[in-house]
Design a protein around this ligand. Structure first.
Ligand SMILES: [Cu+2]
Length: 235
């Protein structure tokens, strides 16, 4: 249902959408049922000529059953929500599959910086590729992200991945994604981080291996070229 509004483009997006759907249907069922009973009682016991109003304290066992039985049934539904929520949490947060590539994600007031290892597969070398507010990645490739913040709390949010992770100054948080479809989508900051918070959007470009290789080659050649003032590092 969620994917009708926002495409689900990571390997774990479907698990998270399933929990949202499950909660929607369970809560929706109990909402409609309780409202139905509520309005039925209002109509059934409306003011009638010759029938005096009754003061009900709700203390007799027969009256308490109106609370306790639905209460236990709702708790029973919670078992299913908990089961799927813990399974999804394990998949997204506890489980860390071997990466095929790693990207540094750095939040700062008010922009995102993304650093790729470059052709040598190592950070902090001359061929690292740095992007501002644009993240180019490859589809069907398992990435680790190393998330940090240089000033205040931020939150790295990629709606199409159903991924959201706080970025905390002084800490590097590792997580992962594997994209399952191509396209250009939004990245947001999901933690109020100052006056420019609303402007802290970026774009993610999920590319085919061919397109991504072409982009990498382009970046490398631009970074190594002797730049003249008229040239731009950007595409
Ligand atoms: Cu922010």
């Amino acid at each position: 249902m969620v994917s009708y509004f926002i495409p689900a483009l990571s390997t774990y997006a479907g698990d998270i959408d399933f929990i949202i759907d499950l909660i929607f249907w369970l809560v929706g069922f109990w909402f409609l049922l309780s409202e139905g009973v509520f309005f039925w009682l209002i109509v059934r016991y409306r003011k009638k000529e010759g029938v005096p109003a009754e003061y009900i304290t709700g203390e007799t066992p027969e009256q308490k059953r109106w609370i306790t039985i639905p209460h236990f049934l709702v708790l029973f539904c919670d078992i299913f929500i908990l089961y799927y929520a813990i399974a999804a949490w394990y998949e997204v947060k506890q489980n860390l599959p071997e990466p095929q590539a790693t990207v540094r994600v750095i939040g700062q007031q008010w922009a995102w910086t993304f650093v790729h290892e470059g052709p040598d597969g190592k950070f902090d070398t001359a061929d690292d590729i740095t992007e501002m507010n644009e993240l180019h990645i490859e589809v069907d490739k398992l990435y680790h992200y190393k998330l940090s913040a240089t000033d205040v709390l931020h939150s790295f949010s990629v709606p199409v991945f159903r991924l959201k992770q706080d970025a905390i100054p002084g800490r590097v948080i590792t997580g992962w994604w594997e994209a399952t479809g191509t396209g250009e989508f939004s990245i947001q900051c999901a933690e109020l981080c100052g006056i420019g918070h609303a402007l802290m959007g970026a774009r993610i470009f999920i590319e085919t291996p061919e397109r991504h290789a072409a982009w990498l080659a382009e970046q490398s050649s631009v970074e190594y070229a002797a730049l003249t003032p008229s040239q731009s590092v950007k595409e």
